[in-house]
Design a protein around this ligand. Structure first.
Ligand code: PEP
Length: 255
């Protein structure tokens, strides 16, 4: 069975509720028509409810950008998986900005994944090497650790999405080449094959993320291992995000 590509927009800490409503309202009519690709928008927590209302009944899906691993209690400022469960389908976990600025360790990421899965949220699990690790030739070692250390349970959960995001390509305008991304994503799939099974490896969707734009998505989508993109900056521009989704659909859409 062919893997359905996914184009997911990570809006990060951008957009007020008003901006988010405007952005999704602008995208909606055309994005809704794009077939054969899962289209996901991930606005900030405070805009989830408003965006949910607007996309209700459309083909656009909703994701959160983070989740806390505890169910409830005295954790001021945090949002639990239980709270998100009624609101969205996906949740980004392990983004490099969370790892870098908020201390999300492998252990914490694992607990977040567990909480998400227990609440029927589908994780978009981010992994990727830093520039230093890349230059030291340690990419495969880092990805093996990130992939294997903490998330065995994930592979038995249908709908898992992995996003390979080399840290040096995020927000820098310096995307990995499509060949580089294809090779590394192929490596991740092999890891899953060896650790689990060929069937799980064949079914898991692995996205590329890092300076994806309307100008480079076509090259990326032509690569057999790349199942879509996690898009940061370009997901904040309605026309660009739409074009990215349309091109993904034309090249690899699954009917
Ligand atoms: C991201 O934040 O996941 C990302 C890939 O950002 P950008 O597309 O801006 O590099």
């Amino acid at each position: 069975m062919a893997r359905i590509p996914m184009i997911a927009g990570n809006w990060k800490m951008n957009t007020t509720v008003e901006d988010a409503v405007r952005l999704v309202t602008t995208m909606l009519p055309e994005l809704d028509k794009v077939g054969g690709v899962d289209k996901v928008v991930c606005p900030p927590f405070v805009s989830l409810a408003a965006v949910k209302e607007i996309i209700e009944g459309s083909t656009i899906k909703l994701g959160a950008q983070n989740v806390f691993y505890k169910e409830k209690g005295a954790f001021t400022g945090e949002i639990s998986a239980q709270m998100l469960a009624g609101l969205c389908e996906y949740v980004i976990i392990g983004h490099s900005e969370r790892r870098q600025y908020f201390g999300d360790s492998e252990e914490i990421i694992d607990m977040k994944i567990k909480a998400a899965v227990e609440n029927m949220l589908k994780p978009i699990f981010c992994i990727g090497e830093s520039l230093e690790e890349n230059e030291a030739g340690r990419t495969e070692e880092v990805l093996t650790r990130q992939c294997m250390a903490s998330c065995d349970r994930l592979y038995f959960f249908g709908g898992l999405v992995i996003a390979y995001e080399p840290v040096w390509a995020i927000g820098t305008g310096k995307s990995a080449t499509s060949e580089q991304a294809n090779k590394t994503i192929g490596f991740i799939r092999q890891l899953i094959h060896h650790r689990h099974s060929g069937e799980i490896a064949d079914n898991v969707r692995i996205l590329y993320g890092g300076s994806v734009t309307a100008a480079n998505i076509a090259e990326l989508m032509k690569m057999p291992e790349i199942d879509g993109a996690l898009v940061g900056g370009a997901s904040l521009k309605a026309d660009d995000f739409l074009s990215i989704a349309q091109q993904a659909s034309e090249i690899r859409g699954v009917s």
